[in-house]
Design a protein around this ligand. Sequence first.
Ligand SMILES: [Zn+2]
Ligand SMILES: [Zn+2]
Length: 407
Amino acid sequence: MELNTLRDEARDLLDETVALRRTLHRWPELGNELPVTRETVLGALEGLPLQVTLHETTSGIAAVLDGGKPGPTVLLRGDMDALPLKEDTDLDFESATEGQMHACGHDTHTAMLVGAAKLLSSRRADIPGRVLFMFQPGEEGHGGARFMLDEGLLDLAPKADGTASPVTGAYALHITSNLPTGWIATKGGSIMASADTMLITVTGRGGHASQPHHALDPIPIACEIVQAMQMMVTRTIDVFDPSVVTVGRITAGTTNNVIPETAEILGTIRAISEATRNKVRDGIRRVAEGVAAAHDAQVAVEFSDGYPVTANDAGAADFALNVVNEIIGKNNTVRLPNPVMGAEDFSYVLNRVPGAMLFLGGTGADRNPATAAPNHSNRVLFDEEAMVNGMAVYSAMALRHLVGAPT
Ligand SMILES: [Zn+2]
Ligand SMILES: [Zn+2]
């Protein structure tokens, strides 16, 4: 199947894709319930030959394009949710909802996935298999992908012609302001980190600040735990299978002359392998309990599971880079040397289906990607031109996955 016209076809769709993106941008929604976004997406998909399933536990949409020939199913993911922050971009389509902003570019993902649905629909008769478009809510910490999997996202009925068509590959794009417009970057193996939360509560005895020997001050103990955790990471974790432990908040006390009863340490734990993820959690518990015991204090250590490590299938990442080279050229492709320590709930999909997540550059030539406001910033800007390559890459990965590379 010839793919060399895909980029031109994507460019023809750019105006309507930009319009959709700006509508989504203007009306951001948070979490797993995105009623306005869902209606907007459904409106944009109207008239396409898709079997649409509206998920019930979330606002997720699963849309299937059933190709004209037998074959497996390939999944393309676009996330739809925004973030809780005030936008300061001064764009004329700036968020109209105070305190909510599409600061991670998910509005572009949703619009590009709609564009890919249009591109692929026009080739429907020639497609050997199916394409499952996964429009997911709740990526920003709400586990939207997991809810969609639990609701049977991958448990598709056979194709309309009765042939089996299991999901054999899954691909996602994520726009980033750290790369020039239209560039694609990925790697095999771990590409994003796991992200767990730790909460450590040190309990001593309150008292007068002038007489610490009559109290048991939890504050220096908490400080010692924070330091000891950093030492534990550098001395026990392999630098080539790293972890980041960051304490983002310490809470204790009320004033200068009172020793409080408790001190609380809240932080995040990042790792790029499940082995290190578990080792760090064990280390944090050991260090916190050991330091507290040394000072005769009590400690409670709680972890809450965040997203697992996002692991690209090595073969799928190579395949994706080859497809990108084929349609947008080698000059705009980057094989990443390292994972990114952010987290992604596409990890849940990749734990079930081999596939890959790719980054798409979104900073135009008028700005420097190294200093541009990053994703999640109140000032982040994404160059809409990047959506041309995004739509073409989504579509090409699906087609090549089903049709195979030219020989
Ligand atoms: Zn984000
Ligand atoms: Zn994101």
